[in-house]
Design a protein around this ligand. Structure first.
Ligand SMILES: [Fe+2]
Length: 451
């Protein structure tokens, strides 16, 4: 009898603790087969003209937003140059920047001519036109540089992860483009082409993906994070250089933040300081990434950039069964720093669904004290999983039950998010599922800066 009472009491107490969990959305997306768009889809169309540039994409090219790296591929011949012609909207003076050319082989695939050109000394907050393909078929695009870095500069980031190239991916990108909140730069949290799902990692799917996303990334920078589908490690076919296609195609300005590898780096943009971390590079004590991050965090001047955002691929706080606890070892290494330096928000992908955490930390644990349950912590970041871009692997629908207290909202749907910085104290965050109209927010929260 006593044992029975203790058992009942235990269940009641247990239930009381667990009922702190947040909201699991009741929205259930119709489960459909997720397939890649076929090779002859209009979104993969090769631009017409001899040696026409394709897969045009841009990213930030320095630490503060006055440079842009322009990349594109030509397939007929290398000649025609890696030059970019560019001019600001209000200027007739055109400038020419010289880039460089790379190619690579991957098993039986040979890449086109991949051009990278960094254009520097741009003015802040200015619209620039640029032309690539000089000498053969020219194509013209434009971008707008960010405002000068400062604490009250408003700026709007889009969040996309694990996009792939399915019909769902196309919906996600369309929803992002038509969202009336108008993201100015995409923070991409990794897993881009999923070419590695094809026999011999058919790199033709890197090319099709590049053509698919061009309609966004040729006009606004995407900030790149490496995911596991960027590794392309395939010793069975003799491909043993990790990240080969990714690094040949998607350069990042890692040297500008004194990083020694393109997988972890930082940039400033408007009022945000963005740190990109590498889930698939070493992060243990004494490793280059560890040392870089240890030295990087104290450099962030929050009176200049009040918003500290971290991007990484594998989430630390994830209550789906997919990839459960895969981020745990990195969390153990870095979480005390995130709390100490009051990181505002951490965006991850990897899990193909959506989840937002409470502000929690789990840093009290030592091997003897047994304190291994996340606790509410106002110095901790909010962790957001946004791996819901819509790739060939489909949705993650399997959740751990009951919803753990650290999880504030979770839903198995495809979508994207917007992080809209208003000023040094306020930012508005919203998540948009693909099934809704463009302006609908399925989840949202105000961020109040704690600095
Ligand atoms: Fe992933």
């Amino acid at each position: 009898m006593v044992a029975y009472i203790v058992l009942v009491l235990g269940l009641v107490l247990n239930g009381a603790v667990l009922s702190n969990g947040g909201k699991t959305s009741t929205f259930v997306r119709k489960v459909e087969k997720t397939i890649d768009m076929p090779l002859d889809s209009d979104v993969f169309r090769v631009p017409p003209g001899y040696n026409a540039p394709q897969q045009v994409h841009i990213t930030q090219g320095d630490h503060i937003g006055k440079a842009v790296i322009v990349s594109w591929v030509t397939v007929d011949e290398p000649a025609g140059s890696s030059k970019v012609l560019y001019w600001s909207e209000n200027s007739k003076q055109k400038k020419l920047a010289e880039g460089k050319l790379v190619t690579y082989r991957f098993f039986n695939y040979t890449s086109g001519y991949i051009h990278h050109c960094t254009i520097t000394d741009l003015k802040f907050n200015t619209k620039y036109y640029y032309v690539v393909g000089i000498g053969h078929t020219e194509r013209k695009f434009w971008f707008i540089t960010p405002p000068e870095v400062g604490p009250d500069v408003s700026y709007t980031f889009g969040l996309i992860g694990d996009i792939g190239q399915t019909f769902d991916s196309n919906k996600t990108l369309t929803h992002y483009e038509l969202n009336p909140q108008k993201g100015q730069t995409v923070l991409f949290v990794g897993d881009l082409s999923y070419a590695d799902k094809y026999p011999n990692h058919d790199n033709v799917r890197w090319d099709t993906c590049g053509r698919f996303v061009e309609r966004s990334v040729a006009y606004q920078p995407w900030i790149w994070t490496a995911g596991n589908h960027e590794i392309d490690f395939a010793p069975e076919i003799g491909e043993t250089e990790p990240f080969k296609p990714y690094t040949k195609r998607y350069p990042v300005p890692y040297e500008a933040s004194r990083s020694t590898a393109p997988f972890w780096y930082s940039i400033k943009r408007a009022s945000a300081y963005i740190i990109v971390l590498a889930s698939y590079s070493a992060y243990g004590k004494y490793t280059p990434q560890y040392i870089w991050l240890r030295d990087e965090l104290p450099k962030v001047n929050r009176s200049e950039t009040p918003w500290l955002i971290v991007l990484m691929h594998a989430p630390w706080y994830n209550s789906y069964n997919d990839h459960y606890m895969e981020g745990e070892s990195m969390r153990v290494m870095f979480e005390p720093w995130f709390v100490k330096y009051k990181v505002d928000v951490v965006f991850s992908g990897h899990v193909h669904a959506y989840e937002r955490s409470e502000r929690v930390s789990n840093i009290a644990y030592s091997i003897v004290n047994g304190k291994c349950i996340p606790v509410r912590d106002q110095s901790a970041p909010v962790y957001i999983t946004i791996g819901d871009g819509g790739n060939i692997e489909g949705l993650a629908t399997n959740m751990s039950e009951p919803q753990p207290p650290y999880s504030a909202y979770r839903e198995s749907s495809f979508g994207h998010a917007i992080f809209d910085i208003k000023n040094r104290t306020h930012a508005y965050y919203s998540w948009h599922r693909n099934e809704d109209r463009y302006a609908v927010e399925a989840d949202s929260m105000w961020f109040f800066n704690r600095q």
